[in-house]
Write a protein that binds this ligand. Sequence first.
Ligand SMILES: Cc1cc2nc3c(=O)[nH]c(=O)nc-3n(C[C@H](O)[C@H](O)[C@H](O)COP(=O)(O)O)c2cc1C
Length: 207
Amino acid sequence: MKIDPLQVKELIKTRRTVRKFLQKEVEREKIKDLIKAAMWAPSAHNSQPWRFFVITSKKTKEAFSLSMARKWEKDLRQDKVDEKTIRELTEDSHERFIFSPVIIVVFVDMSEMQRYHDEKRNNYEKVMAIQSVSAAIQNLILMAHAFGLGSNWRCAPLFAQEEVKKVLKVNLNWEPIAAISIGYPEEVPQAPKRKNIDEVVIWDEER
Ligand SMILES: Cc1cc2nc3c(=O)[nH]c(=O)nc-3n(C[C@H](O)[C@H](O)[C@H](O)COP(=O)(O)O)c2cc1C
């Protein structure tokens, strides 16, 4: 099979984070295809440590989002943020979750990763697992873009892990690290600027 590199480049470059969605259902088969694309990502030791929880019902969206909002409020109060700002931040976040046609909560499961006797190597193993899950998320959002769907990778579950595990009643080994909002886009966002290649690359011959 011959794949046109220009099309791949176009797909990668035109994917944008979409934060406003049409209130239109996303087909179940498409959601499955996104997850199947995610599952073709490379993973350390081929451990495939990604796990997914798909939320489409209003009831679960509310419960999931509120559990994180309550934790965030607590954190913001500790940070001495004023009440008006806390309300604005958490309400905006909550609205964006409940108006997401689909939310895919992404977890890392460390149970099949290697275990060492020292904490340092165990931490590296965790980093490898999270790298693997991140590669899966990138596959998922690119596949979504190819279907004409928008996506918003959100980190909120990372900051409310215990609350998310409890409200979604998942296996204790599943650690939530992201939530991906998916839906047909209601906006065409501008591309945020990228750094210049010279700012991020070192070529050995220049050394
Ligand atoms: C690990 C990670 C966490 C992110 N968390 C959030 C988030 O919590 N809320 C949000 O609106 N966007 C979030 N984003 C999206 C970024 O803001 C977005 O990718 C970046 O601004 C570049 O825009 P683009 O995706 O349109 O190229 C996150 C992206 C990544 C990779």
